[in-house]
Design a protein around this ligand. Structure first.
Ligand code: PLP
Length: 411
């Protein structure tokens, strides 16, 4: 007889360390004390503490028609949204990719649902997705929901560079064990570490995937590019990683994960996409068939206003130009904060992971109580696998010197 109200597979579900909840706790304490430092939120904020909104987004939002706002969105979104997104994501490679690859774009409720759907459809239950050992913790939740597991390789070598050696070892091992390889890389501007892989590292990764695929093993690369528009180098150069895709074997599927939350600051709108790319039409047909199904079957179609705002920016050259100008301001906010943080860390002898862009700077730590120690000092950060993550996205410049000193004291 069943004794629990829960299904067997749901017995162990519990959000252990909920980032969104910690942010709420920080906000609550901030109302009581004015020395609270909140470096938890992965949302871009101005120095004054208000969210970084794009005027281009606001203008488009307030001019949407009723049908663009209230109607159900089509499962596949609109063609203008899809093609505009393809141009935005792949930049100078878009035209070439349209010729070389077959592709399909499935809008999803944020990048989160894009990852969740991909985990669900491109693995057998109980199979493992390979990813670096330092990762954005919700990947674990997406995996459990999809009845799959995660397998990690060491992200860094001794010089804090991407650990190609361990990646190759674990990739070959997992492919042999389970007859499938599904690799997840969050690059550039990794959350939480800030790592950006080099072009040579990407070439080696693609070479390894090809070698594994040559043995007859199906290979899927999930490329999470949530922070691609916030790399320290220009947004044109940040697309160069895609040049390594040219060498992909015909039978490999890449699923690029796009997040409208990060690029457009539309966090609450829940817009993202799975962009499937392969040289094989059959693979893309399969990708589209299961993608359409899962969107309808798991979360239904995405936010209609969200899709239309982005479409209005993509389809008007003037809106796109204005948006790019505003994006420069957001990128500069991050750059200024990162520069100050890294300089203060250097002065205080505080080791940080190498930062090349994005919303976070991380610091390795062995202190298991670091979260509590810092909360006692009214500092909120996110503890993760052997490190603490500082969200410079929501951290004003004025808080940085003090924050670095407090971290140094407890690290
Ligand atoms: N991938 C990474 C690494 C992230 O940090 C996030 C958000 O924090 C996402 C994907 C997806 O975000 P969203 O679901 O809001 O698009």
């Amino acid at each position: 007889m069943q004794t629990s109200i829960l299904g067997k597979h749901a017995q162990h579900k519990k959000l252990e360390f909920n980032i969104l909840q910690i942010s709420q706790d920080a906000k609550a304490l901030k109302k009581k004390y004015n020395d609270v430092i909140d470096a938890t939120v992965g949302m871009l904020h101005h120095e004054e503490g208000n969210v970084f909104k794009f005027q281009t987004v606001e203008d488009a939002l307030y001019h949407l028609s009723d049908s663009e706002t209230y109607h159900y969105a089509p499962v596949r979104g609109t063609e203008k949204f899809r093609e505009g997104l393809f141009d935005w994501v792949f930049g100078k490679y878009a035209e070439d990719f349209r010729k070389i690859f077959k592709y399909s774009i499935i809008p999803t409720t944020g990048g989160s649902a894009a990852i969740s759907n991909t985990f669900y459809n491109f693995n057998d239950f109980d199979q493992k997705v390979l990813l670096p050992n330092i990762f954005w913790s919700p990947y674990t939740n997406f995996a459990l929901e999809a009845n799959i597991k995660l397998k990690t390789f060491k992200m860094y070598d001794d010089e804090y560079k991407f650990n190609l050696k361990d990646f190759k070892k674990e990739a070959f091992k997992l492919a042999e064990e389970q007859g499938r390889l599904c690799l997840l890389l969050n690059d550039p501007c990794n959350n939480p570490t800030g790592l950006c892989m080099t072009l040579d590292e990407w070439r080696e990764v693609i070479k390894t995937l090809n070698e594994i695929n040559n043995t007859g093993v199906p290979v899927v690369l999930i490329h999470d590019i949530a922070y691609i528009d916030y790399q320290l180098i220009s947004t044109e150069l940040s697309r160069d990683t895609f040049s390594t895709y040219y060498d992909l074997n015909d039978e490999i599927l890449v699923v690029v994960i796009f997040s409208g939350s990060k690029t457009f600051s539309m966090y609450g709108f829940r817009v993202g996409a799975q962009i499937g790319l392969s040289k094989s039409q059959k693979i893309i047909d399969d990708f589209t068939r299961v993608g359409d199904y899962s969107v309808r079957g798991r979360f239904s179609s995405v936010s209609q206003p969200g899709i239309n705002v982005i479409e209005h920016i993509f389809t008007s050259p003037e809106n796109k130009r204005k948006f790019k100008e505003e994006l420069k301001i957001g990128r500069k906010l991050l750059k200024d904060r990162a520069t100050l943080f890294i300089e203060a860390a250097r002065k205080n002898d505080l080791v940080t992971y190498p930062y090349c862009g994005g919303f976070f700077i991380s610091i390795p730590t062995k202190n298991k109580n670091i979260f509590k120690d810092l909360v006692d000092e009214h500092v909120f950060i996110i503890p993760m696998q052997g490190l603490i993550r500082v969200a410079i996205s929501s951290l004003p410049l004025k808080d940085i010197p003090d924050l670095v000193k407090k971290i140094k004291k407890h690290i």
